[in-house]
Write a protein that binds this ligand. Structure first.
Ligand code: SF4
Length: 69
């Protein structure tokens, strides 16, 4: 599974960083980025994506198919 954050949708709440601090990081513009995909598990990605209030975290399977949201 892969994840990326759409910066046009992210509002910088930091919730994803709280859930997975080793995986997500806020940049200077208060936008979240996946900085360490190796630290992510599928469950962690899902928890972060499902708790993002704006659904800015997109999940893809290994073939590049969008699986969330
Ligand atoms: S939870 Fe969503 S809106 Fe909040 S920082 Fe993460 S990606 Fe951005």
């Amino acid at each position: 599974m892969k994840a990326y954050v759409d910066h046009n949708i992210c509002i910088g709440t930091g919730i994803c960083v709280s859930i997975a601090p080793d995986v997500f990081e806020l940049d200077d513009n208060m936008k979240s980025n996946v900085v360490n995909p190796e630290a992510a598990t599928e469950a962690l990605y899902r928890e972060a994506a499902e708790n993002c209030p704006t659904q800015a975290i997109f999940l893809q399977d290994d073939d590049g198919n969008q699986i969330y949201p």
